[in-house]
Design a protein around this ligand. Structure first.
Ligand SMILES: NC(=O)c1ccc[n+]([C@@H]2O[C@H](COP(=O)([O-])OP(=O)(O)OC[C@H]3O[C@@H](n4cnc5c(N)ncnc54)[C@H](OP(=O)(O)O)[C@@H]3O)[C@@H](O)[C@H]2O)c1
Length: 274
């Protein structure tokens, strides 16, 4: 299967590197399309497959075409590729907010998969939610899921609206974690640790807590009660979080992200709601 990634930016390069690192494909079957000759030559210098900067040079050779450009560039992209594609090709879009229906109508194609990855894909620990149009076959879907899974884990969602929900949880989620980590780093520094000590204390605590959680079947609440003994230090912190309604604030934050994802989907350039 020949793969073409359109857009050699953060996510496009993350995908290309993950596919190659996992040996799910090789350089001979990998193409990247960048619109500027300067950027195309920078990407070509990474030695990551065939790099083109004109759609006519690569589109017709691809079985799977991955859209990894910013949503605001989608209309220009669709215009530039329309005459080089065919109805047998499968399209995977990771553009936030751009709906399957918009892609099908803009390109006159039917086989479209839409995915929402997240930043830890860069280190193979990404989380992706994806869905597809009815015309994508089971085999095509499995092939694309195998590619996505080289960047971490994935779930298939039946309803396209769940992509907006996943955007609010796993898409934006890494930033919520960094927000919480940042607060803990500040607390550590306030207690006398230097920058690197504070960062190590906090990052290793997050890593350890998440690893422990994922290797066992206990809920978060059960883990909290394992750490917090009656009248102890952890209970003092958790009681303060509860009194300050921290949990409610985090839920409200995620809901705000969900509302924004829905709004952006409605205004995404050239899109129509499904
Ligand atoms: N970054 C994330 O964590 C993340 C997470 C989930 C989803 N996404 C989605 O992933 C997509 C890409 O994000 P990104 O952060 O990788 O963006 P990025 O770093 O800006 O990369 C996009 C690349 O596409 C190129 N490009 C734009 N239009 C093109 C065209 N018509 N033909 C060929 N190349 C074109 C851009 O070139 P120029 O520099 O010349 O514009 C740029 O190099 C976005 O739609 C975003 O919503 C990103």
């Amino acid at each position: 299967m020949k793969i073409l990634i359109i857009g050699g930016g953060n996510m496009g390069m993350t995908y290309a590197q993950s596919f190659l690192r996992s040996h799910i494909t090789d350089k001979a079957n990998m193409m990247i399309l960048e619109r500027s000759p300067e950027k195309a030559s920078i990407v070509a210098n990474t030695g990551i497959g065939t790099v083109c900067n004109h759609p006519g040079d690569c589109l017709s050779h691809a079985d799977l075409i991955i859209f990894a450009v910013k949503p605001q560039d989608s209309v220009e992209l669709f215009t530039s590729i329309r005459s080089f594609i065919n109805s047998e090709q499968v399209f995977l879009s990771i553009m936030a907010g751009v709906k399957i229906k918009t892609i099908c109508e803009s390109l006159n194609v039917t086989k479209v998969i839409r995915a929402m990855p997240n930043l830890p894909a860069q280190v193979g620990l990404g989380m992706t939610a994806f869905t597809s149009s009815d015309e994508v076959s089971r085999l095509e879907l499995v092939m694309v899921q195998n590619l996505i899974n080289t960047t971490g884990k994935s779930i298939y969602v039946e309803k396209e609206s769940s992509i907006d929900a996943a955007t609010a949880i796993s898409g934006s989620g890494p930033a919520y974690v960094y927000h919480f980590m940042n607060a803990m780093i500040q607390a550590a520094k306030g207690m006398g640790f230097n920058d690197s000590e504070a960062e190590l204390l906090v990052s290793q605590t997050f890593k350890g807590a998440v690893d422990l959680y994922s290797k066992n079947n206990f809920s978060c609440q059960e883990w909290i009660s394992k750490v917090a003994s009656k009248g102890g230090t952890t209970e003092a912190a958790i009681s303060s979080f509860v009194a300050n309604e921290v949990e409610k604030d985090i839920i409200s934050g995620a809901e705000a992200a969900h509302t924004r994802a829905i709004e952006l989907g409605k205004v995404a350039v050239g899109s129509k709601t499904k």
